[in-house]
Design a protein. Structure first.
Length: 318
């Protein structure tokens, strides 16, 4: 038999937690701050016992490098501290290896995925027993809205509303229709979420509120019934896109090509600058990619257009 001390050391060496969290889009058309969709781009964390708390970055080739964020900007660390506080446990010394193929500050939920990854990883490491609903509340409270974090946690498409008094999120997490295809135009330039938020008015007209309310109801029901005409109308918006679209050169021009490209709609992903197009089965995706790149590259910026698959699973421990 191995000595007890050797058994303990072996346990510490073997103890490892891995978590995988998908990217997301939010503010889906008329679903401002309410609807999110998860995509198959991921932030992954690997936690192992260490003599200090240390964050490292794994690049696409698997090489380990210094973590590129200072503690004040480290959302993973912030989430880990929040879970430890909720559980009433000290923050353990860990080696945290981070790998992500979610573009930063492009409107694809990189911040939400990082925060959710930190929550899930620390909850698993400490065996905290916090449920997905509890982790959703913590993440939504941090973000101020539930759409990105909800999609990252549950996958598919997520519809949610925060109940601040009850300190919980009411939601439906559903499978996104597989017959529709997403194309993402991801520019080389970044866009600050706070800057995009500041562009929004403090009040809206009754007409604009009613416009979005009717289309929001149509959008959610049409996603459930796979009604393409309802989705086309439901992706229209007057609460956020009209105030942000000037930050994305070529967006208005692209929207005018919707029928020509047989798209169900074009939307600003999150706060931008990524632009998403949703297409039915009959669309020519190669031509649509070409036209999206052409329209959105008019300012001389490099724009990469790629197909994104929906993640239907959400955050999980591997």
């Amino acid at each position: 038999m191995m000595p007890a001390e050797a058994n303990t050391l072996q346990f510490l060496r073997d103890k490892q937690v891995k978590v995988r969290v998908p990217a997301s889009t939010a503010n889906l058309g008329s679903g401002f701050d309410a609807i999110g969709v998860a995509f198959q781009l991921y932030t992954e964390l690997t936690l192992e016992e260490n003599d200090k708390l240390e964050f490292l970055w794994a690049d696409k080739g698997g090489d380990i490098k210094p973590f590129p964020f200072v503690p004040e900007e480290n959302l993973i660390l912030k989430a880990m501290k929040r879970v430890a506080s909720e559980i009433g446990a000290p923050l353990p010394n860990l080696e945290v290896i981070v790998q992500s193929d979610i573009p930063f500050t492009r409107g694809l939920g990189s911040s939400a995925a990082a925060y959710v990854a930190g929550l899930f990883a620390m909850n698993e490491w400490l065996k905290g027993g916090l449920s997905k609903d509890q982790l959703l509340w913590i993440a939504a409270e941090e973000e101020g809205h539930p759409d990105n974090v909800g999609a990252s946690i549950f996958g598919g498409f997520f519809i949610g509303a925060i109940d601040w008094e009850a300190r919980r999120v009411h939601y439906n997490a559903l499978k996104f229709p597989e017959k529709w295809t997403w194309l993402a135009a991801i520019p080389s330039y970044t866009l600050s979420t706070s800057k995009a938020r500041h562009l929004l008015p403090s009040t809206y007209s009754k007409q604009d509120a009613l416009f979005n309310l009717s289309r929001y109801g149509l959008l959610t029901s049409s996603l459930l019934t796979e009604n393409e005409q309802g989705v086309i109308l439901g992706l229209n918006d007057r609460l956020h896109q009209p105030y942000r679209q000037h930050l994305i050169p070529g967006f208005e021009d692209l929207c005018q090509k919707r029928e020509q490209l047989q798209a169900l709609g074009f939307v600003i992903s999150g706060a931008g600058p990524t632009v998403l197009g949703l297409f039915g089965r009959g669309a020519d995706l190669s031509y649509a990619k070409q036209q999206m790149e052409q329209s959105l590259s008019k300012s001389g910026e490099v724009v990469r257009v790629e197909q994104l698959m929906v993640d239907q699973i959400g955050a999980h421990i591997e």
